[in-house]
Design a binder for this molecule. Structure first.
Ligand SMILES: NC(=O)c1ccc[n+]([C@@H]2O[C@H](COP(=O)([O-])OP(=O)(O)OC[C@H]3O[C@@H](n4cnc5c(N)ncnc54)[C@H](O)[C@@H]3O)[C@@H](O)[C@H]2O)c1
Ligand SMILES: O=c1ccn([C@@H]2O[C@H](COP(=O)(O)OP(=O)(O)O[C@H]3O[C@H](CO)[C@@H](O)[C@H](O)[C@H]3O)[C@@H](O)[C@H]2O)c(=O)[nH]1
Length: 465
């Protein structure tokens, strides 16, 4: 199958390289010429375990993956996967401008295409945005009709950073949202079911039923993924609005689970109870499950903060006050402040060196979007402290936003002469720290990730235990 992936960022690169490695012919389209050059030179533009080897196998003279800035190349493909950023605006609502512009780019190319084309929206968008914003942009730019000349499906992505390749290749589920399915469902009027909509497929047009046509192509797109996973992948076929909401529900549920265990952890700390023992025990109840029960300094990343904010803003726009979701964010905002307060209990950090261990929002990535290290660095600045930060991969990215911070090349260098250490990311190498603590001015270690073992010679505080 010939596949175009528009947007070669965190998601697009992984999707493109994995699909090419599994046998599809893939063209990765991006507006960033530097990124395109790097990919064509065989360099994975992001750090993800397993990605570089897939780029090595697929990019090259006879390779199945190449990159381009020329959107026209998507004309000769059967499917276009849209993996464009959908960031938050100031008020938390979703900024659709980039993905809308990109679908317009796709539409302009489809204007000159005679064959049927499937557009697969992988970007995270709220229910209704595909029908109300992206389909009209495609129809306007192409002069063609959805449901006749092309279809648009919603296929959210659940890969997590640091395990994106493994997650893409072994998904817990695939979600295929199609317009034809909307029309068949009892869930209420959809665009294709709306008799007043100008996008209703022409009944005289010689087109297959939309759901069948789009679904068939989605199944073909993912056939090698399902095959590689021994056929053991549940496929959810549903409407587009439902598919869009599944993505938000998935992320917000996980973020809420972490905030709940953090709230419980804070209470545990007050009682002198080890919240990790409690979490291990409640996780044995299959209705609760053992995943995402690691309490600490909270959740960050490019997705949980933005998707939680977008859903809260969307709910308010619809007239619903999402009280629980507000609290989920409130608890998360408080955790880094509690980390700092625990340090305050032991030392006055004004004019003193404080080690910050970990800057990435999670281990195995250089990504600092939504990182809990940011409120920690801001809190240290407010206290007049001198933060000395170390991260195996993310220092360069953090430096762009916090240039005034001192960045060092090892945890040992960060700890040297520090009056305290704040552990923000659970990089495995931090677990091996031992005599490095001896060089601290006062060996106060406040652990926000349960990665340091309490031992003689240090004053150890766990954030939630
Ligand atoms: N990052 C993740 O782990 C993750 C996981 C699941 C879902 N998502 C969702 O996937 C979407 C993409 O996220 P991301 O993190 O990959 O974003 P990203 O910012 O890393 O990548 C987006 C890419 O699109 C390119 N681009 C922008 N406009 C373009 C255009 N008109 N034509 C071609 N290329 C264009 C940009 O140059 C950039 O390289 C978002 O909606 C996000 O919420 C992300
Ligand atoms: O028990 C836990 C698990 C995670 N985290 C934190 O939660 C954040 C998010 O972690 P994770 O979900 O592993 O990484 P992401 O790459 O942000 O992945 C999430 O966001 C992606 C983008 O939407 C989704 O595709 C994934 O399914 C979803 O897990 C990180 O700051 C983690 O440190 C905790 O604090 N405790």
């Amino acid at each position: 199958m010939h596949v175009s992936v528009i947007g070669s960022g965190y998601v697009g690169t992984v999707v493109g390289a994995c699909l090419a490695d599994l046998g599809h012919e893939v063209v990765a389209v991006d507006i960033d010429p530097e990124l395109v050059d790097r990919l064509n030179a065989g360099e994975a533009p992001i750090h993800e375990p397993g990605l570089q080897e897939r780029v090595d196998r697929t990019v090259g003279a006879d390779g199945r993956l190449h990159a381009t800035t020329d959107h026209a190349e998507l004309r000769d493909t059967d499917v276009t996967v849209v993996a464009i950023q959908t960031p938050s605006r100031e008020d938390g609502s979703i900024d659709l401008s980039a993905v809308e512009a990109a679908t317009r780019d796709v539409g302009e190319v489809l204007a000159d295409k005679d064959d049927y084309h499937l557009v697969v929206v992988k970007s995270t968008v709220l229910p209704g945005m595909v029908e109300e914003r992206l389909v009209p942009a495609l129809e306007e730019a192409s002069g063609k009709r959805e449901g006749v000349d092309f279809d648009v499906a919603v296929n959210p992505e659940f890969q997590a950073q640091g395990s994106a390749v493994a997650d893409f290749l072994n998904p817990d589920k695939l979600v295929f949202g199609t317009a034809g399915f909307d029309a068949q469902s009892d869930a209420g009027p959809s665009r294709s079911a709306d008799p007043n909509s100008d996008a209703v497929p022409d009944p005289d047009a010689d087109a297959e039923p939309t759901a069948d046509r789009a679904l068939a192509r989605l199944h073909e797109l993912y056939a090698p993924v399902v095959e590689a996973a021994d056929g053991d992948v549940p496929v959810v076929e549903t409407g587009r609005r439902e598919a869009a909401m599944v993505k938000y529900a998935n992320n917000v549920f996980l973020a809420s689970k972490i905030s709940l265990i953090n709230e419980l952890g804070n209470v545990c700390k007050e009682y002198g109870v080890d919240s990790y023992e409690v979490a291990d025990a409640i996780g044995l109840d299959e209705r609760i499950g053992s995943e995402f029960l690691r309490s600490g300094v909270g959740w960050g990343g490019s997705c949980f903060p933005k998707d939680t904010d977008a859903l809260r803003a969307g709910a308010r726009e619809k007239g619903y006050e999402p009280e629980l979701l507000d609290a989920v964010v409130g608890v998360n905002d408080r955790q880094p402040l509690r980390l700092l307060e625990l340090l305050d209990r032991h030392v006055d950090v004004e004019d003193e060196r404080v080690a910050v261990l970990g800057l990435a929002f999670k281990p195995d990535t250089d990504d600092v979007r939504g990182s809990r290290a940011k409120p920690v660095l801001r809190g240290l600045a407010e206290r007049g402290a001198h933060p000395v930060a170390y991260d195996p991969q993310a220092a360069a990215n953090m430096r762009e936003e916090f240039p005034e911070v001192e960045y060092v090349d090892s945890a040992a260098a960060a700890l040297e002469s520090a009056v305290g250490a704040l552990v923000v990311t659970d990089w495995p190498e931090f677990a091996a720290l031992d005599e490095e603590f001896e060089s601290m001015a006062t060996p106060v270690v406040v652990d926000g990730r349960r990665i340091i073992e309490n031992r003689e010679g240090i004053v150890y505080e766990g954030l939630t235990w």
